[in-house]
Design a protein around this ligand. Structure first.
Ligand SMILES: *Cc1c(COP(=O)(O)O)cnc(C)c1O
Length: 527
């Protein structure tokens, strides 16, 4: 590819470039096996919750046939005695997923929930014969999912009783809904300063509305010199009340680092000085970090929490996400403090669907906004999706502290990370904050370390930053992602440790070195 074509390609987002490279890699010149380490989609799945889902579907069909049964047509389930009938249906001795469901019954009792009601919610949710009611999230689902978030993200801070949840179509919809409702409710206005911890998951940089805001990337930017950690001094800049909102991916993508206790303490200090600061934290990789603590548990009144089941449970096709918000929060407070004119306009906006629009909480406004308000009565995540979230969550809750599944997922990405860095001969970052779900290879630094400064300069001066990536795809059949699209520096390549068989990671390392050696030969030849 010539330099012009490469420049044009660089204008596209990281995911679009990656798509272009897939085609090149599939018919690579060396006829190597094609390896796509560009995407974050995991190559594992959770089987326990899925098996339980299908058992509950079968049970739900039997239950439905109790009230009407005429060939394929059945009736509705009945609450009375449903838990006992489920127990009679289950065969825990023969079937591990039935043992899991037996454990679930004991667990929900321990939570103080009514077992019959939980079973009916699970069954009806899976059967899917009613609109989601309440539309924001099903009743028992909210309690169970709150316990899950508390267990995996809050680091011992108890918030499960004060947190309201909204079940969404993945983290993707959660992000879209949040942006939209912040804007519609005039909590962020064109020209406002919004801080962001770059490099960051591209959608945060690509949402077109963002052009209306003044993006303050301040010095939260993490880079290789500081090991992709956010510096406490940088966080201090959030004390400026001109900064309205702070969008975080934690652990970050592509840096894969979580905020450490020092950074969390600085966030707390910043919020004390800037009490109206709105924080949105996307914690989809939180479970990959030992002793992870979310920003939500440090400054709960100021933070919207985004979670997704996609990564840990291998469930990107299901579209399973959550938004969490504290019952006493800055978003509701700021809406109450809006100018009278804005208040009136908003009252009119939500008046269509609620009797007292001025009392409508921000989280419920998000639910209404997600369906253009007019369709509020049919809003909400599909009930089978909600139950799938609940079952994934329960696999963890029932396992308690010994969650072998969660530990295995961490071990898988850590092994791949080690193999990759060993084969590249690069130092590893084994700090507890490193999620190792992704890693960043600084190509220019690698070039300098192996062949010296002149070679580094030759690479940066003579080639577009994506030239190496394109050749890696075209010649060697390996697709990595350009970090520039995430706001990283030129030459930063993102490798996903999630989506290829473990044995391929050494191969990726050796192929990167092989291609680099070819560039070096060219460099020597032209000297
Ligand atoms: C993968 C990813 C998401 C997307 O989550 P979905 O639930 O699959 O929509 C959100 N945020 C970040 C940072 C991600 O990496």
């Amino acid at each position: 590819m010539d330099k012009k074509a490469e420049e044009k390609l660089e204008q596209l987002g990281a995911f679009e470039i990656s798509n272009q490279m897939l085609t090149l890699a599939q018919k690579n010149e060396k006829s190597n096996i094609f390896l796509n380490a560009g995407r974050g989609n995991p190559n594992w799945i959770n089987t326990k919750a899925r098996a339980a889902f299908s058992r509950l579907m079968l049970f739900g069909i039997e239950e439905s046939q109790r009230t009407i049964h005429e060939s394929d047509l059945a009736g509705y389930t009945e609450l009375n005695g449903i838990r006992e009938r489920l127990e009679a249906f289950l065969e825990p001795d023969k079937n591990p997923s039935d043992q899991f469901l037996t454990d679930v019954l004991a667990y929900v009792k321990q939570l103080g929930l009514n077992q019959d009601e939980v079973v009916k919610e699970l069954i009806d949710g899976i059967i899917g014969n009613n609109y989601p009611v309440p539309s924001r999230i099903l009743k028992n689902a909210e309690v169970i999912l709150n316990h899950y978030l508390q267990s995996v993200l809050y680091h011992g801070v108890e918030l499960e009783k004060q947190t309201s949840l909204f079940a969404t179509e993945g983290g993707t919809a959660a992000i879209v809904y949040i942006f939209n409702s912040l804007k519609e409710n005039k909590l962020i206005k064109p020209g406002d300063k919004i801080a962001i911890n770059t490099p960051i998951f591209t959608p945060y940089l690509q949402i077109p509305e963002l052009n209306d805001y003044e993006m303050v990337e301040i010095d939260l930017r993490s880079n290789e010199e500081n090991n992709w950690e956010i510096s406490p001094q940088a966080i201090d800049q959030l004390q400026d009340p001109a900064i309205k909102a702070f969008f975080i991916v934690n652990p970050s993508n592509p840096g894969s680092k979580a905020f450490d206790q020092k950074a969390l303490a600085e966030i707390k200090k910043a919020v004390a000085k800037n009490p109206d600061l709105m924080i949105i934290t996307d914690d989809v990789y939180g479970t990959f970090v030992e002793d992870f603590q979310t920003v939500y548990s440090v400054v709960p009144h100021n933070t919207l929490l985004v979670y997704s089941f996609s990564k840990l449970f291998g469930a990107t096709g299901w579209r399973l996400g959550l938004i969490g918000v504290h019952d006493d929060n800055v978003f509701d407070r700021l809406i109450k403090n809006l100018a009278a004119k804005d208040q009136q306009a908003l009252a009119k906006r939500y008046d269509l669907v609620v009797l007292e629009p001025e009392k409508m909480k921000f989280i419920d406004r998000m639910v209404a906004d997600s369906r253009s308000i007019g369709l509020y009565h049919t809003s909400g995540l599909s009930t089978p999706q909600q139950i799938m979230e609940v079952l994934f969550a329960l696999t963890h809750l029932v396992a308690g502290k010994q969650d072998a599944y969660l530990e295995t997922s961490k071990k898988i990405v850590a092994t791949r990370y080690e193999d990759l860095f060993d084969s590249l001969g690069l130092p590893k970052d084994d700090s507890p904050e490193n999620a190792k779900y992704y890693s960043i290879i600084d190509l220019y630094r690698l070039a300098e370390e192996r062949y010296g400064k002149d070679f580094r300069e030759y690479l940066t001066d003579n080639f577009e930053q994506i030239d190496f990536l394109l050749n890696l795809a075209q010649k060697n059949g390996i697709v990595l992602m350009d970090g520039v699209g995430f706001g990283a520096a030129s030459g930063d390549l993102r490798v996903s440790e999630a989506n290829l068989p473990t044995e391929d990671y050494r191969l990726i390392g050796s192929q990167v070195l092989e291609l680099l050696a070819e560039y070096h030969q060219k460099f020597e030849a032209q000297k």
